[in-house]
Each structure stands twice: as structure tokens, then as C-alpha cells.
Design a protein around this ligand. Sequence first.
Ligand code: NAD
Length: 293
Amino acid sequence: MAAKIEKIGVIGAGQMGNGIAHVAAVAGYDVLLHDAAPDRIKSALATINGNLARQVARGTVTEAARQTALARIAPAEKLEALANCDLIIESATEKEEVKRKIFAELCPKLKPEAMLATNTSSISITRLGASTDRPERFIGIHFMNPVPVMELVELVRGIATGDETFEVAKAFVKKLGKTYAVAEDFPAFMVNRILLPMINEAVYTLYEGVGSVEAIDTAMKLGARHPMGPLELADFIGLDTVLSVMQTLHEGLADSKYRPCPLLVKYVEAGWLGRKTKRGFYDYRGEKPVPTR
Ligand SMILES: NC(=O)c1ccc[n+]([C@@H]2O[C@H](COP(=O)([O-])OP(=O)(O)OC[C@H]3O[C@@H](n4cnc5c(N)ncnc54)[C@H](O)[C@@H]3O)[C@@H](O)[C@H]2O)c1
């Protein structure tokens, strides 16, 4: 019989972690939200509250469901608090050493049957799974941003991921009201393998002076019917995450076509990571986003 999932732990209360906690709570799971920085948990809870209120205003969630969902999410300042979770979804910073350290600390605290998932955008599920004490109960559950809005979840099995884990993950995604697409465990899976090189190419287009930030985004919105321009989208994803994914593609597939644009590296070095730091290809500190180049 497949494991019963009732209590979910989410590690990393950033833009993705808060979305995962949000949709899991709305679907009826009890959620514990952990972050290395306690103030991130606080601001994540405020974000979830605001996003749920917006869904109530739009009529997609009832007021009663909003209150029930909020009551289901609790902050977890210490990793120990996740000891009773049936499924833990890691959604911390996109750095392999960060994720490995989390798993090394977390695994000894978990019950043996607990399932572990990662929301990584690009890192090998097989390698991350092998760094844990439960590679057969380890899987990639890759959400899209913003989690409460986007329908797709990529499910990625590592070599050791067991059939039961895969089945439980499929049922979990369905219960969230989302649709899964199954990807093999190769760098950046499907969506980001296709999307991120396009964004990186947009940064090269800017770097080489072919177009300004505004011209490039207008070109792709009006010329290719993209709902957001690629640079606007890069700011939305987070430029550090964009760079990490490109580095993973570059290293993992050893093809120079994936080399990260030096201008992207420069923005990340400046700490201009996009919307989350209020500056990236656009400056978000004023009333309207203003291009920074
Ligand atoms: N941004 C996207 O569009 C997107 C989409 C899909 C998946 N992802 C993946 O989701 C994950 C999180 O990305 P994000 O955009 O939410 O990043 P983010 O920077 O908004 O949040 C990351 C959070 O992880 C926390 N953190 C760092 N080290 C930690 C540790 N040791 N223990 C606990 N928490 C720690 C940070 O304090 C931060 O709050 C990454 O793996 C990323 O690749 C991102």
C-alpha cells in the first residue's frame, strides 16, 4: 500500500517555498515551513496571507478555505520540527552544497518511511538522492513560478527512485489540482532546458548591444506572443537561479552553447537578482519598473 501523506515539511521559505506551502495547505495538508533565516518564514506567511486574500477576491478560494489553509501552516524554526512529516519538499537556494548540507542534517531526524523531494530547477536528482539515506524514497517535484497559478509540475525520478515513491508523488500532484509531466533526470529537465537558454540568449542580445532591455522584451512580447519578455521573466525567476541553471546545463552537458552570458554573471555579482532584491534588468524601487540598461 502506498504511504499516506498528511504532514508536509517545506524547507526554504523563499518565493517557491511559500507557494508550495500555500497550495499544499489549500489542498488539505498540514504544512510546516522552515528556513535558515527566521524572518524569511515570517515574510513567507505574510505573502501567503496576501496571495490567499487575492484568491478570495477573485473567487477562486472561499473565505472559509482561506482561514482553514492559513491555520494549517505553521512555522518551524528548527529542522527537528519536521521529524513527523510524511513528505519533505526541499526548496532552498539553488546550490548543490546548500541542498546536500540540508539533507545531511535533516535525514537522521526523519522517520524511516518519510519521503523526500527537491524542487531543484536543474541539479541531478540521482546525485542529490544518493547523498541521502533514502535514495529510493527521493524524487524531484519541480513546481513552476508562481506556484499557486501555474498548473504544471515536472516529476523527475532519479535512478534509485522507487515505484511507490513515484506513485505517491503523482497522487500528491493530482491532489494539489496540478498536472504533471514526467522528465528524465538530465540537467534542467524539460521546461528550463528549453526556457533558460532562451533567456540567456536574450541577455547576450543585450550584452552585444543588439537591443535595449525594453526593445528585447517588446520584441518577444509582440513578435513571439510571449506573455512576458525574457528579461522581465529573468527578473521574475531570480537572476541567481537563472545563472545556476545555466551553469548546471553548461557543466552537465559540456556544450558551449549553454555558456552563461558574462552580463548575467555581472548582475548576480552586483546582487541585482531581479524582483526579489528590487533590481535586476529592471529597477522595481519606484512606482513603475525602469530598465537598468
Ligand atoms: N524561482 C523560480 O522561478 C523557480 C522555479 C522552480 C524551482 N525553483 C527552485 O526552487 C528553489 C528555491 O528557489 P526560490 O526562487 O524560492 O529562491 P529564494 O531565494 O526566493 O529562496 C530560497 C530560500 O532558501 C533559504 N535557505 C538558504 N539556505 C538554507 C538552508 N540551509 N536551510 C533552510 N533554508 C535555506 C533562503 O533563506 C531563502 O529564503 C531552488 O532550488 C530553485 O531552483 C525556482
